[in-house]
Ligand binder design. Structure first.
Ligand SMILES: NC(=O)C1=CN([C@@H]2O[C@H](COP(=O)(O)OP(=O)(O)OC[C@H]3O[C@@H](n4cnc5c(N)ncnc54)[C@H](O)[C@@H]3O)[C@@H](O)[C@H]2O)C=CC1
Ligand SMILES: O=C(O)C(=O)COP(=O)(O)O
Length: 528
């Protein structure tokens, strides 16, 4: 199978070497497509690779009928409609580590350019003005740098600022006293940090909570003459409020790499001499570009070849060791879901999954997604995948309950699933037998031991002599060979269940004939 990949923003040629090396991909690099052209062509592609420029909107995604993966060669995914990608079952991956250093270095470059008026002085000199008085700066030493958002880049900026002998204080909802101590920095609430800082740099993602986080109210409690740096995302700072704060003299200067609307040709903030700016260059180094492009290329290849990705954005990611433990259960989980939905042959309303034994200690969320995928695929088709399974369940009003217990129920691991439909309630349980693969070990209250694979028939009947024989000859009449057979009963002469694996799909006429036998209560054909 061969895959078409579109690269619509400039990516490092060295970085996409792994893609060029893959023999099953066809790469189109076109960084000049208009939105309309992109929408027209997107259906041709299995993968789309972007940086921050291409706007991957819901409208584009809705036309991307073959798209399986969007790779963001960088950190911020605010140019990608993640909800739409998830709904359409498209995985989004990014490259969160490759540009950390470059973004931190750029932040320091902006901080120093700002404190010493380097761009302004350079500009004056270029215009033949030797003006030493006008461009007197301030030292960084002993000044306080307030960092808002202490993630990968924030931490690197803190380390570099300490190298400049600055006092560093940070605010991040996940920052603990222990971590701050280890980094040798102070910490506080957002207000505490911005109140005491001489320089403030933001390093959060652009989220609902961080949009316009630095606004008129925030400026009002800052020190007079504070200087602001934004190398994270336009929109974290309210640009109108910043403009006013600079005009009023509250803010002495600002260094901006990112803007609320990009790209632009003129901007009122750039009219102010206190503002220094770069056109979103934080990640624009040879090293960062190579690194992020390598990372997304590897993830795209892995995904297209049905391997695990390292940096999923719209799927929880698991550490390698945790994934290695849980992966062997994927097939069992999906098969249990598919088995149950065939057994009920009705749309699910509620699914309750219980994980026990050694599964208790594992992150079972990928199993729940696989199980729900198995259930939904029967009614919603093959576009259901790990990415959209839970979303589609929610959208279709199917409640998914998950619980774990360490209690061993006769098996070292057990997945028990109960499904409720409009008229039925059925259960199935399965285990992964060490060295023997997945097994269904219980259907409703009957014990079985069957590999969830191929063609099966589940028959509910009355426990009485001759039933098995009659059934066997009826199947023989339809040329159906029985591969395995299991029978269990509630009590002598009571209800019983027979589970057959057969060599081909049970046709409707054979099924109906079986159904008409007096002792038979229900016959269900299942194909896994
Ligand atoms: N200018 C450029 O070219 C580049 C910009 N970036 C941007 O820099 C930003 C940071 O990137 P990373 O450090 O890699 O991300 P990260 O995910 O490692 O760190 C973000 C931090 O922000 C914190 N945070 C979230 N909400 C917050 C809130 N309300 N208040 C305070 N902190 C909050 C998080 O807890 C996290 O620690 C992102 O917006 C990213 O897109 C990244 C690379 C290059
Ligand atoms: O990684 C990020 O979040 C960035 O902002 C870098 O953007 P870019 O890939 O240079 O368009």
């Amino acid at each position: 199978m061969s895959f078409n990949i579109l690269i619509s923003d400039p990516l490092s040629e060295e970085g996409i070497y792994p893609l060029r090396q893959a023999d099953n991909v066809n790469i189109v690099m076109d960084t000049g497509l208009t939105n309309e052209q992109l929408e027209e062509r997107i259906h041709e592609f299995d993968a789309l690779l972007v940086r921050s420029q291409t706007q991957v909107t819901r409208s584009l995604i809705s036309k991307a009928t073959n798209l399986k993966i969007i790779g963001r060669a960088g950190v911020g995914v605010d140019n990608i409609d993640l909800d739409a990608a998830t709904e359409y079952g498209i995985i989004v991956v990014n490259a969160p580590n490759g540009n950390t250093n470059s973004a931190a270095e750029h932040t320091m470059a902006m901080l120093m350019a700002l404190s010493r008026n380097i761009p302004q002085a350079y500009h004056a000199l270029k215009n033949q003005k030797w003006d030493r008085k006008k461009y007197v700066g301030v030292e960084l030493k002993n000044k306080t740098l307030g960092i808002v958002g202490l993630g990968r880049i924030g931490v690197e900026v803190a380390a570099r600022a300490k190298g400049q002998r600055m006092n560093v204080v940070a605010y991040d909802p996940f920052l603990t006293e222990e971590k701050a101590e280890k980094l040798g920095i102070g910490y506080g609430t957002f207000e505490e940090v911005i109140k005491q800082a001489d320089f403030i740099t933001v390093h959060t993602p652009l989220l609902k909570e961080t949009r316009h986080m630095i606004n008129a109210d925030a400026f009002s409690i800052m020190k007079n003459g504070v200087q602001i740096i934004n190398c994270a995302r336009g929109g974290i700072i309210d640009e109108d409020a910043l403009y006013d704060a600079i005009l009023s003299g509250k803010v002495a200067g600002a260094a901006l790499d990112v803007f609320e609307k990009e790209p632009f040709m003129d901007h009122k903030l750039l009219e102010l001499p206190e503002v220094v700016a770069t056109p979103h260059l934080g990640a624009s180094t040879i090293e960062a570009q190579e690194s992020v492009a390598i990372d997304v290329s590897h993830d795209v290849i892995s995904f297209l070849n049905e391997d695990m990705v390292k940096n999923p954005v719209n799927l929880p990611s698991l550490p390698k060791e945790a994934l290695a433990k849980i992966e062997p259960y994927f097939d069992l989980a999906e098969k249990l879901g598919a088995f149950l939905i065939d057994l009920t042959n009705e749309v699910a309303e509620e699914v309750s999954i219980s994980y026990s034994g050694e599964l208790y200690d594992m992150d079972v969320s990928p199993l729940t997604r696989n199980l729900v995928k198995g259930i939904l695929k029967r009614h919603l088709g093959s576009h259901v995948n790990d990415v959209n399974a839970l979303y589609l369940a929610e959208r279709n009003g199917i409640a998914i309950n998950e619980n774990k217990t360490s209690v061993l129920k006769g098996f070292t691991n057990l997945i028990s699933v109960e499904i409720k439909t409009k008229t039925k309630q059925r259960t199935v349980a399965g285990t992964l037998l060490n060295g023997f693969g997945p097994r269904i070990v219980k259907v409703d209250n009957y014990r079985v031991d069957v590999t969830p694979k191929g063609h099966m028939v589940v028959i509910q009947h009355i426990d009485q002599p001759g039933v098995i024989g009659r059934m066997g000859s009826m199947l023989a009449k339809h040329d159906v060979n029985i591969a395995t057979m299991q029978v269990d009963r509630s009590d002598i002469g009571g209800n019983a269940m027979m589970m057959l694996t057969i060599d081909k799909h049970l046709e409707q006429d054979a099924l109906e004939e079986l159904q008409n036998l007096e002792e038979i209560k229900e016959v269900v054909a299942i194909d896994l």
